[in-house]
Design a protein around this ligand. Structure first.
Ligand SMILES: Nc1ncnc2c1ncn2[C@@H]1O[C@H](COP(=O)(O)OP(=O)(O)O)[C@@H](O)[C@H]1O
Ligand SMILES: [Mg+2]
Length: 294
């Protein structure tokens, strides 16, 4: 803040007491260069303080994510042990030949539930592993998207999905490489699942810059999302796949636990970014993850 007023002592005292004043010079100026230097230094000081605040915020976010990652990794590990135990004993019990049919059916249900537990743990673990491994670093979103695509490429090719890409060169920002890679992989996999049953299956992946943001956009020509479901897709455990799929839906053949978008949104928010979606039921969807450059 720069005061030019004469004798506004109350405002000056208030600013000083709030530590908003970095330096002041008094009128009349002996030499106008003194004022020029003071203003220039004040701007540099302001820039340095802003950078310091952003760096501190980023560190705080990285620490929070890492702490969450550790916690989730610990819980996943414990639950995995429990699940392995349940599945093992169910398997052993099912080996008994003279089990009453009803008991056998109940045990099969226990197995289905325990397997779902394992799937949830697996999904949580992918995100938690990444957050503990990587801090926030400056990098190219395009490179990260290319890496995410290379991880999914085999499954996409095996499914006969056509992949279209349009990547921008200048796409740098400070982000958590591992988490953003998982986010993008989730968008790509969802797009692939959505196109199940379509004659031509297409997934388009773009990166680019728009104003102060860089973005990755994943568009598919799949089933789209109904108006009724659109507000729910980011809810944890909301899924239209596997056992939760509508009768006769092509999505009943793929497993889903409904954590991908919810975790991806958490990741986006931790980057001060956002995921937006546009969808036309029956024609396809377009998901955009954007994050600020600075
Ligand atoms: N590209 C998409 N096209 C159509 N529906 C989608 C798409 N992406 C997500 N969805 C819907 O959002 C739900 C939640 O997605 P997600 O959180 O990734 O969980 P999951 O993939 O395990 O079902 C999906 O089950 C699906 O109904
Ligand atoms: Mg998913």
């Amino acid at each position: 803040m720069i005061f030019t007023a004469y004798l506004d002592i109350d405002s000056i005292m208030q600013a000083v007491s709030e530590e908003a004043v970095w330096r002041y010079i008094t009128k009349p100026w002996q030499d106008s260069r003194e004022l020029v230097m003071a203003v220039r230094n004040a701007f540099q000081y302001h820039e340095a303080m802003t950078f310091h605040r952003l760096a501190a915020e980023q560190l705080q976010r990285a620490e929070r994510l890492a702490a969450l990652g550790h916690l989730v990794a610990g819980i996943s590990h414990q639950f995995n042990n429990i699940d392995v135990g349940i599945l093992g004993y169910v398997q052993l019990s099912l080996l008994h030949k003279d089990l009453p049919a009803e008991v056998r059916e109940h045990l099969e249900q226990v197995r289905v539930c325990a397997r779902r537990g394992t799937e949830i743990i697996k999904e949580l673990a992918t995100f938690s592993d990444q957050s503990t491994q990587w801090g926030f670093t400056c990098g190219s979103l395009t490179d990260t998207v290319i890496e995410a695509l290379s991880f999914c490429r085999k499954e996409l090719d095996a499914e006969g999905i056509q992949i279209e890409t349009e990547f921008a060169d200048e796409c740098n920002a400070v982000f958590n490489f591992g988490l953003v890679k998982q986010l993008v992989m989730n968008l790509i996999r969802n797009a692939a699942h959505a196109t199940l049953g379509k004659e031509t299956r297409t997934v388009r992946i773009e990166t680019g810059k728009q104003g102060e943001n860089i973005f990755v956009r994943v568009t598919d020509n799949g089933c789209g999302i109904s108006k009724e479901y659109l507000p729910k897709i980011f809810d944890p455990f909301f899924t239209t796949k596997g056992a939760q799929a509508a009768p006769g839906s092509t999505q009943s053949g793929v497993s889903g636990v409904g954590l991908g978008l919810s975790l991806s949104q958490t990741v986006a928010q931790a980057h001060r970014g956002a995921i937006t979606v546009q969808s036309t039921p029956g024609s396809g969807s377009c998901f955009t993850f954007s994050l600020p450059v600075a």
